[in-house]
Design a protein around this ligand. Structure first.
Ligand code: 5CA
Ligand code: ZN
Length: 415
């Protein structure tokens, strides 16, 4: 799948620090420690509605992580999927009387525009499920061969559905560390089917859904005509492009269980190796008026709508960066106003002819970002410099230019 244009990354003097992020699996902030190439997988959109600020927060967070890793001297190999065939997409297309492929194409195209406007660095591999049926089918076949898969009688289809037996991974549960009760409490709301008769365990995930009348399906070698379950798409795409033990598996906290738990278990059972990812990092949920912003709730603030209203995309980006990624927060009009004021102040300060030295503030930005992506801390450091510049002034003719390049390269904020 085509992604979107790479933004220009200016060179910044010096090098960033080793990057630390919170790892959900160990419950601690840890240094990422990648090799020369950091490998990152971030779960992409299900394209049935436009990008809201919660999605944008997730992709901007991992964009900052990628930028911090680059600043610290690593190459970044970045993979993102698109869930371009799944129940929510098919249901929305049916509700609206449109072809599911057209709906997906339209929303993916809007997402690309939003990402470009927000200066998000595109993934190296932007991979849809529909174009990966062979790879996903191969993963399901390998799981079948390992004996970890069983059939569940499916009277409404010609063939049976295939499920993974989670008890084949003794370490099942190690991504979320949730109790069985916690898992069961959310499973049905997050795409699972705990009450499906015929399953060995309520938590076993669907791997391959046999073709139903009126649903899209594909013939994959050695499997019944059908389509992939949700979690195995990310297992297969990540393994295909990154292999096991990649550095960061990312997404929102709504994916900790079941999605990242199941993707990891499937990969472990399939390869006989562990871990799937060395770090699982999650963006806290962004809400609107105290409720999680979600397509299914319909309480969305859309990036494309703000852009169409003439809001500067860099103000949207600054509003997102003003909250730490591990803190839940709700979007309000005040936040946007605050971000617009901040952008105006930075612009004024960065366009003076002479300013105070900025080497120190560049280092502070690096330090904050490398320490578990403390973007609010980084913004505060720039605020202090901007205030000093506007209120006291300085005598350095190059410092504003250097800082502007650092803001662009490390925070993705073009002033
Ligand atoms: N296609 C799957 C992942 S394989 C999916 O979750 N799609 S999504 O469109 O629902 O979400 C896209 C990304 O945005 C995911 O990483 C998800 O965790 C994140 N996300 C969804 N809602 C929010 C929210 N309210 N706040 C922050 N991040 C969110
Ligand atoms: Zn995913």
């Amino acid at each position: 799948m085509i992604s979107w244009p790479m933004p220009f990354l200016p060179a910044v003097p010096g090098t960033g620090r080793p990057v630390q992020v919170f790892d959900t699996a160990t419950g601690s902030v840890r240094e990422v420690r990648p090799g020369p190439t950091a490998r990152m997988y971030v779960c992409g959109i299900t394209p049935y509605d436009a990008t809201h600020l919660g999605h944008a927060a997730t992709y901007v967070t991992f964009d900052v992580l990628g930028r911090a890793l680059r600043d610290a001297g690593h190459e970044v190999l970045y993979v993102q999927n698109i869930t371009d065939v799944d129940d929510p997409l098919l249901e929305r297309a049916q509700r609206d009387g449109v072809d599911w492929r057209d709906l997906a194409a339209q929303e993916i195209s809007l997402f690309r525009e939003d990402m470009t406007a927000l200066a998000v660095i595109p993934p190296d591999h932007y991979v849809g499920v529909v174009e990966s049926i062979e790879a996903v089918g191969a993963a399901v076949r390998e799981l079948l061969a390992s004996g970890a898969v069983y059939e569940v009688a499916t009277p409404e289809a010609r063939d049976d559905d295939l499920y993974l037996d989670v008890s084949t991974d003794p370490a099942f549960g190690s991504v979320s560390s949730w109790t069985r009760e916690q898992m069961l409490a959310v499973y049905a709301d997050r795409g699972g089917d705990p009450d499906r008769p015929g399953k060995r365990d309520a938590l076993d995930p669907l791997l391959w859904r046999a073709a139903r009348e009126g649903e899209p399906s594909w013939a994959a070698e050695g499997l019944p005509e059908g389509r992939p379950g949700w979690h195995v798409e990310c297992t297969a795409i990540a393994l295909d492009h990154l292999g096991m033990a990649f550095d960061i598996q990312g997404g929102g906290t709504d994916l900790v269980f079941p999605h990242h738990e199941m993707s990891a278990t499937q990969a472990v059972v399939l390869t006989g190796e562990r871990p799937f990812a060395r770090s699982y990092t999650h963006q806290a949920m962004v809400g609107l008026d105290g409720e999680k912003m979600s397509k299914s709730k319909g309480n969305l603030v859309l990036v494309s709508k703000l852009l169409a209203d003439g809001i500067d995309p860099m103000a949207i980006r600054l509003a997102l960066l003003a909250r730490h990624y591990r803190t839940e927060w709700s979007w309000t009009a005040d936040l946007l106003e605050e971000a617009q004021d901040r952008l105006g102040c930075w612009r004024a300060a960065l366009s003076v002819n002479s300013a105070p030295d900025s080497a120190d503030v560049v280092e502070q930005i690096r330090e904050h970002v490398a320490r578990d992506l403390d973007t609010p801390g980084a913004l505060a450091a720039v605020d202090a410099w901007a205030r000093e510049t506007l209120e006291v002034g300085g005598s350095d003719a190059t410092s504003a230019g250097v800082l502007a390049r650092a803001l662009d390269a490390i925070l993705g904020v073009r002033v």
